[in-house]
Design a protein around this ligand. Structure first.
Ligand code: FAD
Length: 426
């Protein structure tokens, strides 16, 4: 443990270096009654679950670290439900589920906490099982105005309905979530086809992926080189047959290898052994996540654009990667949650990193991130607000491009349920 009491030990380096005002672990009445009544608008409460973003700790602000007091996991095997505390990370959730041969559509890393679920939650399995928010059955927590809430999907009154939708995709602005009830699924074997590819091969594989059935998804990273993962869940004979057919089409990409896993929990995407990018503790970073539909006839121009972006990256650690959604995620009514961009097929994210004390490099790298975002907007015009950037100039545009026609409703919810902006501002 670090000696300085005003530092939070978390995976995100920006946050772990932040000189927080204080750390608190439990939610009590005083949180809502005393301290924040006298706070200025810029003095909101940071909430930490997995601690993987730059927003769970800020210089001079208080962090509520949910990992100690809100880390319970209760499995109801018969009802295929699991209840997790607001400070549980995906690794712990998956380790419990694995013991029961169950699974949940977590993302590409097991490090994120409840923030993964509450901001949408895009998984390689989402094309079959939906987003993480699509599998929320119940929510407990405290609204920004201090009111305790306990909501169940199948037992909502008319006023709770809009709040329920708001909590699915925009919870960080409205509430501190202490417990989430999730639908869980039977675990099945997984096949992964992975390896390095060149630009031309990436184009062909993206083209193939846009016709994938729901048990397959493509994820790629473009750093120094391009590395891809085709994910296939093998639930039954039909999956086996479909995957075999796709494997035949993929055979011509000789650098790709097929690996089989007993279940989803066994997979480790983008491991450091591959040296895809530099994982440097002396770096700070920001990530912006985009959303867009099928690339169709634009695949070649997109890959050309990617080549330019990577050519211009100012720090070795910077990269752009993408995951594929669609399938089941497209079937949900956009009104069912505040993840409104249901037509999306691709979620690319731009990872921008700089030497942590180098203010000049920070500026250069953030410029690269914004310029790259601008170049990619033509393909991916929307935003997935998985990271809160209220300390960056892009915040307002990101919030708009995330919630668009529902932004007015979100602002209304914020005014009602967090009127003094105790939680991060919109
Ligand atoms: C290595 C890596 C891989 C990732 N892969 C994926 C992926 O495959 N798919 C995907 O969709 N996303 C992915 N993400 C993005 C990640 O899911 C989001 O950034 C998420 O918000 C992180 O949540 P956290 O709890 O770990 O972070 P934190 O920094 O602890 O939380 C982020 C913010 O969320 C809010 N928050 C968190 N918990 C609560 C709570 N209980 N109540 C209220 N507010 C809360 C807070 O405002 C907090 O500041 C990935 C991130 C990383 C670092």
């Amino acid at each position: 443990m670090k000696k300085n009491n005003n530092l939070l030990e978390v995976p995100n380096i920006n946050s772990s270096d932040a000189q927080v005002k204080s750390l608190i672990y439990k939610i009590g009445d005083d949180l809502f009654n005393s301290h924040y009544k006298s706070s200025s608008k810029s003095e909101y409460l940071c909430v930490c679950s997995g601690g993987t973003t730059s927003s769970c700790a800020r210089n001079g602000l208080i962090t509520l670290d949910l990992r100690k007091e809100y880390n319970h996991i209760h499995l109801d095997e018969e009802r295929n439900l699991i209840k997790i505390g607001g400070g549980v990370i995906m690794k712990d959730l998956m380790n419990v589920l694995e013991n029961y041969n169950k699974t949940f559509p977590i993302g590409l890393s097991k490090l994120p906490g409840a923030g993964y679920i509450l901001t949408g939650g895009i998984s390689p399995m989402s094309r079959r099982y939906g987003l993480a928010i699509d599998n929320i059955e119940s929510i407990k927590g405290y609204l920004g105005n201090g009111t305790f809430i306990s909501l169940e999907k199948n037992n909502l009154n008319s006023t709770q309905k809009l709040l329920w939708e708001g909590l699915k995709g925009a919870a960080p602005f409205l509430a501190i979530i202490t417990e989430i009830g999730l639908k869980i699924f039977q675990s099945h074997p997984i096949q992964i086809i992975e390896g390095f590819v060149d630009d031309n091969e990436l184009s062909k594989i993206i083209n193939l992926a846009e016709g994938f059935p729901e048990n397959l998804s493509l994820q790629w990273i473009y750093a120094e080189d391009i590395y891809i993962y085709i994910f296939a869940e093998i639930k039954n004979d039909s999956d086996k047959k479909i995957t075999k057919n796709y494997l035949k089409k993929i055979e011509k990409f000789t650098s790709l290898k097929i690996k089989s896993y007993e279940n989803y929990n066994q997979i480790n995407f983008f491991p450091k052994e591959l040296e895809l990018f530099e994982l440097n503790k002396n770096n700070h970073s920001e990530v912006i996540s985009l959303l867009g539909g099928d690339l169709k006839n634009n695949i070649h121009s997109f890959v050309k654009c990617m080549k330019e972006i990577i050519h211009d990256k100012p720090n070795r650690s910077c990269y752009v990667a993408s995951q594929q959604l669609g399938g089941k995620t497209k079937e949900y009514d956009p009104k069912s949650s505040f993840f409104i961009h249901r037509k999306s097929t691709w979620k690319p994210w731009i990872y921008a990193a700089w030497k942590k004390d180098d203010i000049k490099e920070r500026e250069t790298v953030l410029n690269w991130m914004n310029e790259s975002w601008n170049k990619l907007k033509i393909f991916f015009p929307k935003i997935h607000l998985a990271q809160i950037h209220n300390h960056l100039n892009s915040h307002e545009e990101e919030v708009y491009l995330s919630f668009e026609e529902r932004l007015g409703e979100l602002k209304t919810l914020k005014n009602i349920y967090d009127p003094e902006s105790i939680l991060p501002p919109l």
